[in-house]
Design a protein around this ligand. Structure first.
Ligand SMILES: Nc1nc2c(c(=O)[nH]1)N[C@H]1C(S)=C(S)[C@@H](COP(=O)(O)O)O[C@H]1N2
Ligand SMILES: [Mo]
Length: 408
């Protein structure tokens, strides 16, 4: 990837569309100015660091930089105003940063409680029958910054979520080839990302074997029709539609079939949530903590943007809504000033794991300050609550989505 800086980019940060061999769009990112006033970022990308340029190649300059190393990027809500989220505007969450890719051939091993351990090259995976699935990827910590009282952790607000079309090999096909032994109960995924120090835990997660064998669980090689970009786990990542992003292991090198759940930090300590809500500040009994699996029902207003200045007259409120198990059946919109819920029109078909866009005509009754709010209902009858139950890690926020705006 060329390391030139700002010059040949338009205001949207999208440069020429030349694709490099890793499937990045050809955008070269030089500046992080305007990304929510966050300091510095890769904006010092006039820096000669080839590594920084490499890490941010293909990323839209409007992304909100939550941390620079490892690179953690949040999407501004306007970037989520479409059915599929463009790759350059898709949030990035990596605990240890992306590994070096391409220095040696990528191999995915399937081993553990299997009859026939497999060692597959990318070409082997590409030669297998491929399935394409649109699915929402959301970090379990999306919305952590909205919980009160606050808790430690990356302060995601509304944009650690995106919707892409994932294509690749059903994990079930790999497991079938390998022959899963009857005593198997969990499938562990080992990513190629390297922890920064010997003491930091590797990102290892597992999912139950039944979920691993579900027809929509993929080893994805493509995202929105392009080779999976390195930032999103290329060349190969796990896709588990409807489940939290923590289950979607990136850069997979080993798939280990086992009798037990992974014993890693990120399985046993991270990404666990109380089975039942507990009051803020109360320490949960570890026995009552379960892994984050299915997401909960949630909506996001993508237009107008937070703080928008609107002219009087008819407006269109737009957004997206998703859930874990099942699908969204209803989205309602109101304002804090006039809390009468009105049902929005849903634009896309119901499909588990996928999001549906919604829209609603809204004519503000007078000039003034408004806070738009949205709530979704899913096919299990779950309704987005006004405020999510507090939990000490700040997972699964799904309180009403709220957007302040001014009409004059
Ligand atoms: N190997 C590996 N896989 C990983 C992670 C990671 O740090 N290492 N982060 C997980 C988390 S917490 C999330 S939310 C998603 C983010 O995927 P994205 O960066 O493509 O948006 O990847 C998951 N897979
Ligand atoms: Mo995450």
């Amino acid at each position: 990837m060329a390391a030139e800086l700002d010059d040949h980019r338009d205001r949207d940060g999208r440069a020429g569309a030349a694709s490099d061999r890793r499937g990045f769009l050809g955008t070269v990112w030089g500046g992080m100015l305007g990304a929510g006033g966050l300091a510095g970022g890769l904006g010092r990308a006039a820096s000669p660091s080839a590594r920084a340029d490499e890490a941010s190649a293909g990323v839209d300059r409007r992304m909100i930089v939550r941390t620079e190393r490892p690179l953690n990027l949040e999407s501004p809500s306007a970037a989520l105003d479409s059915f599929l989220t463009p790759v350059p505007e898709f949030f990035v969450r990596s605990h240890h940063g992306a590994p070096a890719i391409g220095l040696r051939p990528w191999e995915v091993v399937v081993e553990g409680l299997v009859e026939r351990p497999l060692k597959l090259s990318l070409a082997d995976l590409e030669a297998m029958a491929s399935t394409t699935i649109p699915a929402v990827l959301q970090c379990a910590g999306n919305g952590r910054g909205l919980f009160r009282p606050r808790m430690p952790g990356l302060v995601w607000e509304r944009g650690a979520v995106g919707h892409a079309e994932w294509a690749g090999v059903p994990l079930a096909a790999l497991l079938e080839r390998a022959g899963v032994r009857p005593e198997a109960a969990h499938v562990h995924f080992v990513g190629g990302d390297v922890p920064p120090t010997p003491k930091s835990p590797a990102f290892i997660r597992s999912i139950p074997v039944a979920r691993a064998k579900a027809e929509d669980t993929l080893v994805a090689l493509k995202m929105n029709g392009e080779p999976l970009p390195v930032l999103h786990g290329g060349p190969a990542r796990v896709v588990v539609p409807g489940w939290g992003g923590d289950c979607w292991t990136k850069w997979i090198r080993r798939i280990v079939v086992a009798a037990e759940e992974a014993s890693s930090f990120y399985m046993k300590t991270g990404y666990r949530i109380p089975r039942k809500p507990i009051p803020p500040g109360v320490a949960p009994d570890p026995a009552d903590l379960v892994p984050v699996e299915w997401m909960n029902v949630k909506s996001l207003i993508t237009w107008p943007g937070a703080g928008a200045a609107l002219a009087r007259g008819p407006q269109e409120v737009r957004g997206v809504a998703w859930t874990g198990e099942g699908h969204v059946v209803k989205v309602e919109v109101a304002t804090v000033q006039d809390p009468t819920w009105r049902e929005a029109e849903l634009l896309d078909g119901p499909r588990q794991g996928s999001w549906r866009r919604f829209k609603l005509a809204w004519t503000p009754p007078a000039a003034g300050e408004y806070v738009l709010q949205a709530r979704a209902t899913d096919s299990k009858g779950e309704v987005q609550p006004e405020v999510s139950p507090w939990n000490k890690s700040g997972y699964l926020w799904n309180g009403y989505d709220r957007v302040p705006c001014t009409v004059s």
